[in-house]
Design a protein around this ligand. Structure first.
Ligand code: SIN
Ligand code: FE2
Length: 281
């Protein structure tokens, strides 16, 4: 069991298909089970586990300095891997920022809680999300859009924490895009089984600025396709601390994330957090 110091990692629903008998068993073992609100099919339930199971048996205490452990566990990898003329993976680029990022995510999740949005087509997203910055990306039955206020609270989104902006700018520069000034940071939270189907990021006002995408927690397979939905997509394994940047002629390439495996991370447990920085307005 891992005792993560970050409440945003706790009680994250696990997306599972359970028979009626298994639902009863899960409930008697202390999990809360709810029918999934989306059309993922009958028999799909969200299981809210009180504790996070972890392959790693270390217990991390809040006082014990969790980020120190992150740095030693995941030494930064050097260099950059080219995915296209304007697209790069920067392995481990975010690791020196993790100490500052995690408490900041905790703080903004208290003010703008993670939620599962509904798409214009009526599907509930398996990824939970929130935002910070001047603009936040949201979706409902009327469409996708950026908004200056959180539709759940009516208040402005939390300001973008300084280490977020610094990481995004430094990563953009390392990929050849100087002067990046993000005004939107989408914070995606994945539980095992959550996925993001192939899409283009095209709700922004202009496509001159790159996308900077930071991975934290559980590993994922990132799909990086072409300019048409049917183009073959490369499968890019991403781990805690990796950053992907795409801009220029690669700015509108299709991308997505395969369903996450249940491979808990020593620091964050059974979740993956993705920070996507954009210049939206
Ligand atoms: C996104 O495209 O919004 C997120 C990609 C990711 O989670 O890596
Ligand atoms: Fe995207």
């Amino acid at each position: 069991m891992i005792n993560t110091p970050y409440p945003f990692c706790n009680a994250v629903p696990r997306i599972e298909t359970l028979s009626t008998t298994n639902v009863r068993q899960a409930e008697t073992k202390g999990s809360t089970v709810e029918q999934h609100p989306s059309n993922m099919g009958a028999g799909t339930y969200l299981r809210f586990s009180a504790k996070i199971e972890c392959m790693n048996t270390k217990t991390i205490s809040a006082a014990g300095g969790p980020a120190t452990l992150a740095l030693f566990d995941d030494p930064p990898r050097e260099g950059r891997e080219r995915l296209g003329p304007g697209a790069f993976v920067l392995p481990g680029f975010a690791l020196p920022f993790v100490d500052a990022l995690l408490p900041a995510i905790e703080g903004l999740a208290e003010r703008a809680p993670f939620r599962h949005l509904v798409t214009p087509g009526g599907f509930t997203m398996s990824v939970a999300l929130t935002n910070c910055g001047a603009l936040g990306w949201t979706s409902d039955r009327r469409g996708y859009r950026y908004s200056a206020t959180d539709p759940d609270t009516g208040k402005p989104w939390p300001a973008m924490p300084e280490p977020f902006t610094r990481l995004a700018c430094e990563a953009a520069s390392a990929a050849g895009f100087d002067g990046f000034a993000p005004d939107a940071c989408l914070v995606n939270r994945y539980a095992p089984g959550a996925r993001l189907s192939l899409h283009q990021d095209k709700d922004e006002r202009d496509y001159g600025a790159p996308i900077v995408s930071v991975s934290l927690g559980m590993p994922a397979v990132f799909l990086f396709g072409g300019h048409a939905r049917d183009d073959k997509a490369a499968r890019i394994p991403l781990v805690h601390g990796d950053v992907v940047v795409w801009g220029g002629e690669d700015r509108l390439r299709y991308h997505g994330v395969l369903p996450l495996k249940d491979e808990p991370h020593p620091l964050l447990g059974a979740i993956r957090i993705n920070l996507t920085f954009r210049k939206a307005g």
